[in-house]
Structures are given as structure tokens and as C-alpha cells.
Design a protein around this ligand. Structure first.
Ligand code: ATP
Ligand code: MG
Length: 187
């Protein structure tokens, strides 16, 4: 849910390219979530108010996405940092203690990514999952090029993507570097 919310912020900020990275450093026991966008960015004043649950620019009463993620990170002894530049984009990094009892599970990450791609087919989404030196990468822009006329939000395509992501992530613990298409898709 955090990932959907944070990527939702990027979409609301007009981004057309979002990079979502999850990094597990098993030796240091750290889990990082990094979301980078090329949206409109934020000025200093906005950045200062980000963790205030009553700060939002979306015409409602609360802005909970960032405060809740910051809280989840802090509960594990981690933290949240945000770098942003007006007109250029925003990079948000949440750090968690990987094995802390209070760390929320990542959940069904394949479905989370597929949901984002399906709901925002015009946005280029790059998803990276790294476990120590092993990495899985999916670049929706590249997949759209390969698909040609077929829309990426086509149900058959989404189910292939979901399978590729789950398998790609599972393989990370076995070693190697995998890109989209090496998983369930082509073999
Ligand atoms: N990636 C981003 N680019 C530009 N501005 C952002 C970005 N992320 C957050 N903001 C700004 O920070 C505010 C607070 O974000 P936050 O996610 O905490 O709340 P929200 O999106 O307004 O509401 P909610 O998440 O509860 O639906 C946003 O209203 C927006 O102005
Ligand atoms: Mg939000």
C-alpha cells in the first residue's frame, strides 16, 4: 500500500517516468525502498512540511501517504529521506531494518507493480528488485516497444508480467542477474 501511495504521489505530480527500487542488503540487514520520479518536484517550504499529516496540496483535509511511510520506517529503526528539485523531480528513500519484527511485509509485490502499470499505461515504470548483488529489472517502456500495437494493459500481457516479476524475484535468492523476459515469459 505504501508503494501504491508513493507512486500515486509521483503520478499526481505529473511524472511520466517512475523508478521503483527495492534493495535488500542481507549482510547489513537493511531493506531500502527508493521511488524516483521526474514530476514537478517540491520547493523547500513543501519539503519541510512533508511529514505533517495535515499537509496536502490536494484539496483535502489530510496528507497521510508520506507520514505513514515515515512511521513504518521508524518503527523498525529506519528512516525516510526525500530529495526534490522543482521542475526536475523527486527521490524518496525509505530505509527499514530488514529483519525487525515490526517491519511490514512487502506483500504481493508483483501485483502491486502490475496494478501500477495497468492503471497508468502511459507512464514508463522501471521496477528493480535487488538482493545483495543479484538484481531483477523490468522496464515497462522496453516492454511497450516490444509489444508494438498490443496495449500493455491487455489482460493477457498483465498476467505474463505478474508471473515474470514473481519468478524473477524468487530467483534472486538463487543468484544471478535477471531481466524481464528471462522468467516465465520466453521460456
Ligand atoms: N513525488 C512528489 N512530487 C511532488 N510533490 C509531492 C510528491 N510526493 C508528495 N508531494 C507533495 O506532498 C504532499 C503530501 O504527500 P502525501 O502522500 O503525504 O499526502 P497526499 O498525497 O496529499 O494525500 P494522501 O497520500 O493521504 O492521499 C502532496 O499533497 C504533494 O503536494
Ligand atoms: Mg499521497
Amino acid at each position: 500500500m505504501h508503494i501504491l501511495d508513493i507512486a500515486g504521489n509521483s503520478i499526481d505530480a505529473g511524472a511520466n517516468r517512475i523508478v521503483i527500487s527495492i534493495e535488500e542488503d542481507t549482510k547489513r540487514g537493511i531493506l531500502r525502498l527508493i521511488v524516483k520520479d521526474n514530476g514537478r518536484g517540491m520547493d523547500e517550504e513543501t519539503l519541510k512540511r512533508l511529514t505533517d499529516p495535515f499537509f496536502t496540496t490536494k484539496g483535502k483535509k489530510t496528507g497521510l501517504g508520506i507520514p505513514l511511510l515515515a512511521q513504518s520506517a521508524r518503527e523498525t529503526g529506519g528512516n525516510l529521506t526525500v530529495h526534490s528539485e522543482t521542475g526536475k523531480g523527486t527521490t524518496l528513500q525509505a530505509t527499514f531494518s530488514l529483519n525487525h519484527i515490526d517491519r511490514k511485509p512487502l506483500g504481493d509485490i508483483a501485483s502491486t507493480i502490475v496494478t501500477l502499470i495497468c492503471g497508468n499505461p502511459d507512464i514508463d515504470l522501471i521496477f528493480k528488485y535487488r538482493v545483495d548483488n543479484n538484481e531483477y529489472i523490468l522496464d515497462s517502456a522496453e516492454i511497450k516497444r516490444q509489444l508494438g500495437e498490443i496495449p500493455i494493459s491487455y489482460p493477457g500481457v498483465l498476467s505474463i508480467l505478474r508471473k515474470d516479476i514473481s519468478l524473477g524475484i524468487k530467483r534472486l535468492w538463487k543468484g544471478g542477474r535477471h531481466e524481464y523476459g528471462e522468467g516465465s515469459c520466453n521460456r
